[in-house]
Design a protein around this ligand. Structure first.
Ligand SMILES: CCCCCCCCCCCCC[C@H](O)CC(=O)SCCNC(=O)CCNC(=O)[C@H](O)C(C)(C)COP(=O)(O)OP(=O)(O)OC[C@H]1O[C@@H](n2cnc3c(N)ncnc32)[C@H](O)[C@@H]1OP(=O)(O)O
Length: 719
């Protein structure tokens, strides 16, 4: 909806009214069309101002409408009508003007922005392009290079940057609507021809063809299979090379392809999934809207290895006072230097002062006595962690939240070491912790809603996407990774190479295939866990059959590599070879290929031809199957939680929506049928056995992903 008021006698003020972000729903578009007609027909009105209510100009097209039948006046003719108006129209931009919101403003003759406003064309992040003339008007207004940057990245720019680009005409620190009204009065009699951006020529640098080629290459390299960034470049190229009307036609064609694509559906699902994870719930019934967090002013980090350092930086950068504790003198010195470096580099990038003074370093755990929340980040060893929790419980205020950065150990066992187990939760960061967006907040059976709410809020304050998950081995992310890694090893045993498996996964859209990723993270990390679990055998003569553990198929390939000191990038050898330890350029390793041949011969394994489909199906469907088990067990509240964890923590390609959304896209019956097929072929691999929830969903007619929670509820109530 939109409201009309006449101000200062001669200005028609149109206010968009559609909380929370004044998105351009059918009703809002109808309001704008009607009220523009009214303003143009009233003889007393000499100029028009368009603004949004509650200090927000407009968040763009209403994304919720994209899934259904579109009704109401279309956006493009509406914006053309504004541009063609005989009276000056001024956009008063407060808060945000994004996507269709900015396109609306570009149809206006003038743009006045508040100094705190942000503008941008983020359509590419939704699998679209600026399809209401934005791809044609923006390059005409600010030039091809700047427009390409904004449209292909979707980044938001500040009002100051927008002014520099010439994207807005004026910025103000005062009431933007008042300033715009005065401005509108001043320009009431000015000629409008030169203000209609669609009539401007698109000024191109002399080497524009080279620029397009370079940008297209960069976009193809980084898009990981996403089609929208490529279409965005094509649309801007149309602006640069075609007259406006033909450019608009090209924009429409490209938009039609994107609009109906699976990628746009996936990215729009993911947009809402990111927001849905904030509305967390626990099986006890505790929820985000009924659980109040407690403010945290001062936090502590225990253990300043790689993870502890990143967590300290994340907290300090967000303005928290941090006590950073490391008991080893040498480690502490190295950590201080590394943390200061990270803070300085981050501050330089963001143009702010480094938050060095936010951190107090210490070697003694006593120094955390007065903090509100502690994050333990010591080595991944249960005995060590238990000891730290006992100490913390003795030293800290009784109200202090005690959190562990464990990546998969039992939170409950840690809680049991403390006086107040209800204040214990997991805060599982991902490396590098000051960069990666994901935080798994893990509640154990004793964790209180207060502790979960506080950890979730802290995560938000330090810029993380936080997902609340239940306590089990590996939580959500690492639990699902296990069958994925396992299948990758089995594929090697059966004839594949690391290069082939990685190539298939990277073509699917992962930033890195499973073997390159293992080399990067270090093969020794998982090996130590397997040794502790009694799975990896330090001595092969100890009685267990090499390829079987507890009646299940087991691949010792990773253990064998570790026994040879091949830990990945850090040792210069792993699944690949590297020029030197620490190098990141993975090269196929003939030694590894011979090693695999010998291994197969030793175990009488006959290599067979493994194709693209088998790699994808076995790696991904076994992981997805575990995702369904996680939902069935109540470890994740819904598929969105899993998808957000996988996109932000495990580089799952966002344009495929996440593993659970991908399963829905493939078709649950197909996933089920293929799992049954592979389980029949490998009955000693339980992770391939389709789980109950998957069967139930298929039996319920494979409902859309938004309806899965209803089936999950039923399945859980029957357990
Ligand atoms: C047959 C083939 C035909 C093909 C031709 C079809 C042609 C169709 C013509 C279409 C023309 C296209 C026009 C245009 O180019 C397309 C667009 O404009 S796409 C939208 C672009 N805008 C965005 O991407 C902005 C998205 N929003 C945000 O980034 C953020 O929400 C924000 C605005 C920066 C605010 O952030 P926060 O303050 O943190 O708040 P939240 O993010 O939590 O949001 C609050 C609440 O609002 C909901 N919401 C936000 N934006 C939109 C939106 N644009 N539409 C609908 N809803 C929106 C958000 O979901 C939150 O609600 P909740 O999910 O929590 O209930």
């Amino acid at each position: 909806m939109a409201q009309y008021t006449r101000v200062s006698g001669s200005v028609g003020l149109i206010t968009l009214q559609s909380p929370p972000v004044n998105a351009l729903s059918a009703a809002v578009r109808q309001g704008i069309v009607d009220l523009m007609q009214r303003a143009l027909s009233e003889p007393e009105v000499k100029s028009v101002v368009i603004c949004g209510q509650n200090g927000i100009f407009c968040g763009g097209a209403d994304i919720k409408e994209f899934g259904g039948q579109m009704s109401g006046p279309p956006l493009i003719p509406m914006i053309h009508a504004i541009e063609a108006a005989s009276k000056p129209v001024v956009a008063a931009i407060e808060g945000i003007a994004l996507g269709g919101g900015l396109e609306l403003a570009l149809g206006c003759h003038y743009r006045i922005a508040h100094s705190k406003a942000r503008v941008g064309l983020p359509e590419v992040t939704l699998g679209l392009l600026p399809g209401a003339g934005g791809s044609q008007r923006l390059p005409r207004l600010i030039g091809v290079p700047a427009a390409l940057d904004l449209i292909t990245t979707g980044r938001h720019v500040t009002a100051a940057e927008a002014l520099k680009f010439g994207l807005v005409d004026q910025i103000t620190d005062h009431n933007t609507v008042n300033v715009a009204v005065k401005f509108a009065q001043r320009v009431a009699d000015q000629p409008l021809d030169a203000r209609r951006i669609s009539t401007h020529p698109c000024l191109c640098p002399s080497d524009v063809a080279v620029l397009f080629e370079e940008v297209m290459q960069r976009v193809r390299r980084t898009a990981r299979g996403a089609i929208a960034p490529i279409a965005c470049v094509q649309a801007v190229r149309a602006a640069a090379t075609l007259p406006y009307n033909q450019g608009m036609e090209r924009e429409r064609e490209l938009m039609a392809t994107l609009f109906t694509s699976g990628q746009a559906r996936a990215l729009q699902y993911f947009f809402f999934a990111q927001r849905a994870v904030g509305r967390w719930s626990m099986p006890s019934g505790a929820r985000w809207d009924t659980s109040k967090p407690r403010p945290v002013h001062k936090a502590a980090v225990i253990g300043l290895g790689t993870m502890g350092r990143g967590i300290t930086v994340a907290l300090a950068q967000a303005g928290f006072s941090v006590v950073a504790v490391e008991t080893q003198e040498k480690q502490l010195m190295e950590a201080k230097q590394a943390i200061s470096g990270m803070l300085e580099r981050g501050a330089k990038r963001r143009g702010v002062a480094p938050a060095l003074d936010k951190i107090n370093y210490g070697r003694n755990i006593q120094s955390v006595a007065d903090v509100d929340l502690v994050i333990e980040a010591v080595f991944e060893d249960m005995a060590l962690k238990k000891k730290v929790f006992q100490q913390l419980s003795a030293v800290c205020k009784p109200s202090t939240f005690l959190c562990s950065n464990t990546s998969g150990l039992d939170i409950d066992q840690l809680a049991c070491q403390t006086r107040n187990p209800e204040l214990v939760v997991g805060m599982h960061f991902f490396a590098p912790a000051h960069v990666m967006k994901l935080l798994e907040v893990v509640y154990g059976p004793k964790s209180s809603p207060l502790a979960v709410a506080t950890a979730m809020q802290l995560g938000k304050k330090i810029g993380k996407v936080s997902v609340a998950v239940g306590n089990c081995r590996g939580f959500v992310g690492n639990r699902m990774l296990k069958p994925y890694l396992e299948q990758a090893l089995f594929l090697l045993e059966e004839g594949a190479t690391p290069e082939f498996v990685d190539q298939v996964l990277e073509e699917f859209g992962f930033a890195m295939g499973v073997f390159r990723m293992s080399d990067l993270s270090g093969l020794d990390v998982g090996w130590k866990v397997r040794l502790a679990d009694g799975l990896a055998m330090p001595d092969p003569t100890m009685g267990q059959p090499t390829r079987l553990r507890q009646g299940r198929r087991y691949s010792p390939l990773g253990d064998l590599l570790c026994e040879q000191g091949r830990f990945g990038q850090k040792t210069g050898r792993g699944w690949y070879q590297y020029d030197k330890p620490g190098s990141q350029v993975a090269k196929p390793d003939p030694w590894l290929h011979s090693f695999l041949d010998e291994y197969r011969a030793r175990h009488a394994l006959v290599a067979h031809r493994i194709d693209h489909q088998e790699v994808l199906e076995r790696c991904l469907y076994s992981m997805i199957n575990e995702g369904f088990r996680i939902l069935e067990d109540g470890i994740a509240a819904g598929p969105e939680d899993i998808d957000v964890i996988y996109v932000f923590g495990y580089s799952w390609p966002r344009h495929r929506g996440g593993p659970m959304f991908y399963a829905a896209t493939v078709g649950l019956n197909k996933v089920l049928e293929r799992l049954e097929h592979y389980y029949q072929a490998h009955p000693d691999v339980p992770s391939l056995q389709p789980c109950h929830l998957l069967r139930k969903l298929v039996a319920s007619g494979s409902p859309p992903i938004q309806k899965w929670r209803e089936v999950i509820k039923k399945v859980r109530s029957q357990l």
